[in-house]
Design a protein around this ligand. Sequence first.
Ligand SMILES: *Cc1c(COP(=O)(O)O)cnc(C)c1O
Length: 223
Amino acid sequence: MNVSQLAERYHAVRSAIPPSVKLIAVSKKRTVQEIQALYDLGHRAFGENYPQELRDKQPQLPTDIEWHFIGHLQSNKIKYLGAFTRLVHGVDSVKLLDALADRAKGEGRIQDVLLQVHIAQEETKHGFSQDEIRALWATDPAEHWPDLRICGLMGMATNIEFQAQVEKEFNGLHTFFLELRSKGPGRSYFKELSMGMSGDVEQAVKAGSTMVRIGTAIFGERG
Ligand SMILES: *Cc1c(COP(=O)(O)O)cnc(C)c1O
Protein backbone atom coordinates (compact mmCIF):
# COMPACT_ATOMS: atom_id res chain seq x y z
CA MET A 1 0.00 0.00 0.00
CA ASN A 2 1.25 3.44 -0.95
CA VAL A 3 0.13 5.86 1.75
CA SER A 4 1.06 9.07 -0.06
CA GLN A 5 -0.91 7.95 -3.11
CA LEU A 6 -3.87 7.13 -0.87
CA ALA A 7 -3.61 10.57 0.73
CA GLU A 8 -3.45 12.24 -2.65
CA ARG A 9 -6.50 10.40 -3.98
CA TYR A 10 -8.44 10.97 -0.81
CA HIS A 11 -7.82 14.70 -0.74
CA ALA A 12 -8.66 14.98 -4.43
CA VAL A 13 -11.98 13.20 -3.90
CA ARG A 14 -12.81 15.17 -0.76
CA SER A 15 -12.07 18.53 -2.31
CA ALA A 16 -14.20 17.76 -5.37
CA ILE A 17 -17.28 17.29 -3.17
CA PRO A 18 -19.00 20.13 -1.29
CA PRO A 19 -18.23 20.02 2.45
CA SER A 20 -21.93 19.51 3.22
CA VAL A 21 -21.95 16.19 1.34
CA LYS A 22 -20.89 13.22 3.43
CA LEU A 23 -18.11 11.11 1.96
CA ILE A 24 -18.38 7.41 2.72
CA ALA A 25 -15.20 5.54 1.84
CA VAL A 26 -16.24 2.16 0.45
CA SER A 27 -13.82 -0.33 1.96
CA LYS A 28 -15.21 -3.65 0.71
CA LYS A 29 -12.38 -6.06 -0.06
CA ARG A 30 -9.84 -3.63 1.41
CA THR A 31 -7.56 -4.74 4.22
CA VAL A 32 -7.78 -3.39 7.75
CA GLN A 33 -4.36 -1.79 7.09
CA GLU A 34 -5.77 0.20 4.19
CA ILE A 35 -8.75 1.28 6.27
CA GLN A 36 -6.48 2.20 9.17
CA ALA A 37 -4.32 4.29 6.82
CA LEU A 38 -7.31 6.31 5.69
CA TYR A 39 -8.46 6.61 9.29
CA ASP A 40 -5.02 7.99 10.16
CA LEU A 41 -5.56 10.68 7.53
CA GLY A 42 -8.58 11.74 9.56
CA HIS A 43 -11.38 9.91 7.77
CA ARG A 44 -14.11 8.28 9.85
CA ALA A 45 -17.04 7.11 7.66
CA PHE A 46 -16.60 3.75 5.92
CA GLY A 47 -18.99 1.60 3.93
CA GLU A 48 -18.98 -2.19 3.65
CA ASN A 49 -20.98 -4.49 1.38
CA TYR A 50 -20.65 -7.90 2.98
CA PRO A 51 -21.99 -8.57 6.50
CA GLN A 52 -19.35 -11.11 7.52
CA GLU A 53 -16.56 -8.91 6.22
CA LEU A 54 -17.84 -6.02 8.31
CA ARG A 55 -18.20 -8.27 11.36
CA ASP A 56 -14.60 -9.47 10.97
CA LYS A 57 -13.00 -6.09 10.35
CA GLN A 58 -14.88 -3.94 12.84
CA PRO A 59 -13.20 -5.28 16.02
CA GLN A 60 -9.74 -4.81 14.48
CA LEU A 61 -10.25 -1.11 13.88
CA PRO A 62 -10.82 1.99 16.03
CA THR A 63 -14.20 2.08 17.73
CA ASP A 64 -15.03 5.60 16.60
CA ILE A 65 -15.32 4.56 12.95
CA GLU A 66 -18.79 5.29 11.63
CA TRP A 67 -19.76 2.14 9.73
CA HIS A 68 -22.28 2.17 6.91
CA PHE A 69 -23.69 -1.01 5.46
CA ILE A 70 -24.23 -0.32 1.76
CA GLY A 71 -24.60 -3.79 0.22
CA HIS A 72 -27.54 -5.99 -0.56
CA LEU A 73 -28.63 -7.40 2.79
CA GLN A 74 -30.36 -10.71 3.41
CA SER A 75 -32.44 -11.11 6.56
CA ASN A 76 -30.39 -14.06 7.77
CA LYS A 77 -27.22 -11.93 7.70
CA ILE A 78 -28.54 -9.12 9.89
CA LYS A 79 -27.03 -10.87 12.89
CA TYR A 80 -23.57 -9.85 11.68
CA LEU A 81 -24.40 -6.15 11.86
CA GLY A 82 -24.22 -4.73 15.32
CA ALA A 83 -24.92 -1.48 17.08
CA PHE A 84 -21.77 -0.21 15.39
CA THR A 85 -23.64 -0.08 12.08
CA ARG A 86 -24.62 3.54 11.96
CA LEU A 87 -26.78 3.35 8.82
CA VAL A 88 -28.07 0.55 6.60
CA HIS A 89 -28.35 2.00 3.10
CA GLY A 90 -29.80 -0.68 0.86
CA VAL A 91 -33.09 -1.70 2.47
CA ASP A 92 -35.20 -3.00 -0.36
CA SER A 93 -38.10 -4.99 1.08
CA VAL A 94 -40.73 -4.94 3.79
CA LYS A 95 -39.42 -8.28 4.98
CA LEU A 96 -36.03 -6.70 5.58
CA LEU A 97 -37.58 -3.73 7.39
CA ASP A 98 -39.41 -6.18 9.65
CA ALA A 99 -36.25 -8.17 10.33
CA LEU A 100 -34.13 -5.08 11.03
CA ALA A 101 -36.83 -3.75 13.36
CA ASP A 102 -36.94 -7.07 15.26
CA ARG A 103 -33.21 -7.09 15.66
CA ALA A 104 -33.03 -3.46 16.82
CA LYS A 105 -35.83 -4.05 19.29
CA GLY A 106 -34.08 -7.13 20.67
CA GLU A 107 -30.94 -5.08 21.18
CA GLY A 108 -32.84 -2.18 22.71
CA ARG A 109 -31.74 0.35 20.14
CA ILE A 110 -33.01 2.28 17.16
CA GLN A 111 -31.62 1.38 13.73
CA ASP A 112 -31.25 4.07 11.09
CA VAL A 113 -31.94 2.92 7.54
CA LEU A 114 -32.33 4.22 4.01
CA LEU A 115 -34.78 2.77 1.52
CA GLN A 116 -33.20 1.72 -1.74
CA VAL A 117 -35.15 2.83 -4.80
CA HIS A 118 -34.75 1.03 -8.10
CA ILE A 119 -33.76 3.77 -10.56
CA ALA A 120 -31.45 1.99 -13.01
CA GLN A 121 -32.32 0.23 -16.21
CA GLU A 122 -30.54 -2.93 -15.08
CA GLU A 123 -32.88 -5.55 -13.67
CA THR A 124 -30.06 -6.86 -11.52
CA LYS A 125 -30.05 -3.79 -9.32
CA HIS A 126 -32.21 -3.95 -6.23
CA GLY A 127 -34.73 -1.60 -4.72
CA PHE A 128 -38.33 -0.68 -4.11
CA SER A 129 -40.38 0.90 -6.84
CA GLN A 130 -41.59 4.41 -6.14
CA ASP A 131 -45.16 3.16 -5.83
CA GLU A 132 -44.18 0.59 -3.23
CA ILE A 133 -42.65 3.35 -1.14
CA ARG A 134 -45.68 5.60 -1.61
CA ALA A 135 -47.76 2.74 -0.22
CA LEU A 136 -45.49 2.52 2.83
CA TRP A 137 -45.74 6.26 3.33
CA ALA A 138 -49.52 6.09 3.37
CA THR A 139 -49.33 3.98 6.55
CA ASP A 140 -46.67 6.05 8.37
CA PRO A 141 -43.60 3.82 8.64
CA ALA A 142 -42.48 5.50 11.88
CA GLU A 143 -45.56 4.15 13.61
CA HIS A 144 -45.33 0.78 11.96
CA TRP A 145 -41.62 0.32 12.78
CA PRO A 146 -40.91 2.31 15.96
CA ASP A 147 -37.48 0.65 16.23
CA LEU A 148 -36.35 2.03 12.89
CA ARG A 149 -35.77 5.51 11.60
CA ILE A 150 -36.11 5.83 7.85
CA CYS A 151 -33.57 8.58 7.29
CA GLY A 152 -33.82 8.88 3.53
CA LEU A 153 -33.32 7.13 0.21
CA MET A 154 -30.50 5.40 -1.62
CA GLY A 155 -30.13 4.70 -5.32
CA MET A 156 -27.70 3.37 -7.89
CA ALA A 157 -27.77 4.71 -11.42
CA THR A 158 -27.34 2.64 -14.55
CA ASN A 159 -23.71 1.80 -15.13
CA ILE A 160 -23.23 3.50 -18.49
CA GLU A 161 -21.19 6.23 -20.09
CA PHE A 162 -24.35 7.95 -21.31
CA GLN A 163 -24.44 10.93 -18.96
CA ALA A 164 -27.94 12.12 -19.76
CA GLN A 165 -29.42 8.80 -18.58
CA VAL A 166 -27.50 8.90 -15.30
CA GLU A 167 -28.55 12.50 -14.71
CA LYS A 168 -32.15 11.64 -15.43
CA GLU A 169 -32.09 8.80 -12.90
CA PHE A 170 -30.48 10.89 -10.15
CA ASN A 171 -32.75 13.86 -10.78
CA GLY A 172 -35.74 11.53 -10.71
CA LEU A 173 -34.67 10.14 -7.35
CA HIS A 174 -34.16 13.62 -5.96
CA THR A 175 -37.64 14.65 -7.08
CA PHE A 176 -39.12 11.57 -5.44
CA PHE A 177 -37.17 12.31 -2.25
CA LEU A 178 -38.70 15.81 -2.15
CA GLU A 179 -42.14 14.37 -2.77
CA LEU A 180 -41.81 12.05 0.22
CA ARG A 181 -40.52 14.85 2.40
CA SER A 182 -43.42 17.07 1.55
CA LYS A 183 -46.25 14.60 1.83
CA GLY A 184 -44.86 12.28 4.46
CA PRO A 185 -45.35 12.61 8.17
CA GLY A 186 -42.56 15.19 8.12
CA ARG A 187 -39.99 13.42 10.25
CA SER A 188 -37.03 15.70 10.75
CA TYR A 189 -34.56 12.84 10.26
CA PHE A 190 -35.79 12.03 6.75
CA LYS A 191 -33.06 14.08 5.09
CA GLU A 192 -30.45 11.82 3.47
CA LEU A 193 -30.10 10.99 -0.19
CA SER A 194 -27.33 8.44 -0.73
CA MET A 195 -26.31 8.46 -4.36
CA GLY A 196 -23.06 8.70 -6.28
CA MET A 197 -20.08 6.35 -6.69
CA SER A 198 -16.64 6.86 -8.21
CA GLY A 199 -18.00 6.86 -11.76
CA ASP A 200 -20.99 9.15 -11.32
CA VAL A 201 -20.31 11.24 -8.23
CA GLU A 202 -20.33 14.53 -10.09
CA GLN A 203 -23.82 14.00 -11.51
CA ALA A 204 -25.08 12.73 -8.15
CA VAL A 205 -23.88 15.80 -6.28
CA LYS A 206 -25.37 18.06 -8.92
CA ALA A 207 -28.69 16.28 -8.49
CA GLY A 208 -28.77 16.84 -4.71
CA SER A 209 -26.97 13.91 -3.11
CA THR A 210 -26.19 14.27 0.61
CA MET A 211 -24.00 11.15 0.87
CA VAL A 212 -21.65 9.70 -1.72
CA ARG A 213 -20.17 6.20 -1.57
CA ILE A 214 -16.70 6.16 -3.07
CA GLY A 215 -14.35 3.18 -3.28
CA THR A 216 -12.18 3.02 -6.37
CA ALA A 217 -11.40 6.75 -6.61
CA ILE A 218 -9.92 6.62 -3.10
CA PHE A 219 -8.38 3.16 -2.80
CA GLY A 220 -7.71 2.34 -6.46
CA GLU A 221 -9.06 -0.59 -8.45
CA ARG A 222 -10.30 -3.55 -6.41
CA GLY A 223 -8.22 -6.67 -6.96
C1 LIG B 1 -18.87 -0.89 -4.49
C2 LIG B 1 -19.96 0.08 -4.21
C3 LIG B 1 -19.71 1.45 -4.22
C4 LIG B 1 -18.37 2.06 -4.56
O1 LIG B 1 -18.08 1.86 -5.90
P1 LIG B 1 -16.78 2.53 -6.56
O2 LIG B 1 -17.06 2.46 -8.00
O3 LIG B 1 -15.62 1.68 -6.16
O4 LIG B 1 -16.67 3.91 -6.04
C5 LIG B 1 -20.77 2.31 -3.90
N1 LIG B 1 -21.99 1.84 -3.60
C6 LIG B 1 -22.27 0.53 -3.59
C7 LIG B 1 -23.64 0.08 -3.25
C8 LIG B 1 -21.27 -0.39 -3.91
O5 LIG B 1 -21.56 -1.69 -3.92
